[in-house]
Design a protein around this ligand. Structure first.
Ligand code: NI
Length: 404
């Protein structure tokens, strides 16, 4: 008989997670102190795998030759397969928090809170193992501990090696320090922008800076190109469709009195709609080539697709919001902010339905002033750890047995 006091309703996941809070904090601090960059997450992966094996999960390490870890807990046959994902990598940033458990590795920091994400999914693994021991899962849960999110490549590595095979739905979260801990931001449809890279070469003809008529100046052409690119957002796409074109790097020349022979520019392109994203490469190519030509230069653009628009499934998002309300109270579940920041969880959502949500990780008062993600002073309100663990565990537990 199942213990009547432990029915593993969403609320019970929340209560049990609170009992694990100290342990989750210890895990998160341990990971925080030993951050690893993208594709170098060997120690983190080994720690994760050992813990999962101890909890009775079937574990696959070194997925795709990288450091991805995939684990499964198999329940009754004939059920559904629900995946949960956490990312594990850190950033090339020198930590400035002054915390007692600051990064022990100079120039490397968990400045996006992936240490917290990993700790939360390990917490969910424990909750699910305990629930399964008392009341067998109605299906199978698969955990994806992903490498290399910060470089936008890890999700594809896992997908290429079977991470989504047989998966019915997938769920994941990102902490948000500008949202108070205890709150969750949920948004159906597009939530995070596509994130692509562009590289532009402008070729002119170098010469003495005093005789511009004998040169073809790639700097003047390049600045015209930068200005022209801004008309994509302002003149070519509906004002109701957000687009960002940012040139973050412009390199040309060496001294003040020489016209250089060429200029190299790099940038990023963000959109919020797959249709708009699809139109942009051709338009950007044309603008670069023609504006450069108008200045007698040759302009070429390379468009490198990276991360698609992150689009949450309506039904999965509604189901998750219901569960979050049951655990945290309806007033704590708010509409999630949209952002042009990219997240490679979008790749999973291109292939299977699911929901990615914001988990508040900021102070209870004044969260809007908190240091943001990727900041060297980023701090996480660790009271979000048991909350994230319980949300992930309960959504998997409920959705494996959803009648379809
Ligand atoms: Ni992140």
């Amino acid at each position: 008989m199942v213990d009547q006091g432990r029915q593993w309703r969403p609320e019970q996941f929340g209560l049990r997670a609170l009992e694990l809070a100290d342990e989750l904090v210890a895990i998160r601090r341990r990971l925080h102190e030993h951050p690893e960059l993208s594709f170098q997450e060997a120690e983190t992966a080994a720690f994760v795998a050992e813990r999962l094996e101890g909890l009775g999960w079937r574990v696959r390490m070194g997925v795709g030759g990288g450091h991805g870890v995939i684990a499964e807990l198999e329940g009754r046959s004939g059920g559904r397969l629900i995946a949960l994902r956490a990312d594990m990598d850190a950033l090339p940033i020198q930590e400035e928090t002054g915390l007692s458990f600051s990064s022990a590795r100079p120039g490397v920091m968990h400045a996006c809170g992936h240490d917290a994400h990993t700790a939360m999914l390990l917490g969910a693994a424990q909750l699910l193992a305990e629930a399964h021991a008392e009341q067998a899962l109605h299906g199978t849960v698969r955990l994806l501990f992903q490498c290399a999110e910060e470089v936008g490549l890890g999700a594809q590595v896992l997908i290429d090696h079977g991470a989504l095979d047989g998966v019915d739905e997938i769920y994941g979260l990102h902490n948000l320090p500008t949202l108070p801990a205890g709150r969750v931001g949920v948004r159906p449809g597009p939530m995070m922008g596509s994130s692509d890279l562009i590289a532009i070469d402008i070729e002119g003809k170098g010469g003495h800076g005093a005789v511009p008529d004998q040169c073809v100046d790639p700097i003047v052409a390049g600045t015209a190109v930068v200005s022209a690119l801004q008309t994509i957002a302002s003149r070519e796409v509906s004002p109701f469709e957000p687009v960002v074109v940012t040139i973050g790097s412009f390199h040309a020349g060496s001294v003040g009195n020489i016209v250089p022979g060429s200029a190299e520019l790099q940038g990023t392109v963000r959109t919020f709609s797959p249709a708009v994203r699809g139109r942009l490469p051709a338009r950007l190519q044309l603008l670069v080539a023609d504006v450069a030509a108008a200045h007698r230069c040759k302009g070429t653009l390379r468009y490198m697709e990276r991360t698609p628009v992150l689009i949450n499934d309506e039904a999965c998002t509604a189901a998750f919001a219901d569960l979050a309300s049951a655990i945290l109270g309806t007033e704590q579940v708010v509409r999630g902010e949209a952002t042009m920041i990219g997240e490679d969880f979008a790749r999973y959502l291109e292939l299977v339905p699911g929901c990615f949500f914001w988990l508040g990780s900021g102070p209870e008062q004044g969260a809007e002033q908190a240091y943001g993600l990727h900041h060297p002073k980023l701090q996480i309100n660790e009271s979000c750890l048991p909350i994230g663990a319980s949300l992930l565990a309960s959504v998997a537990f409920e959705r494996v047995c959803k009648e379809v």
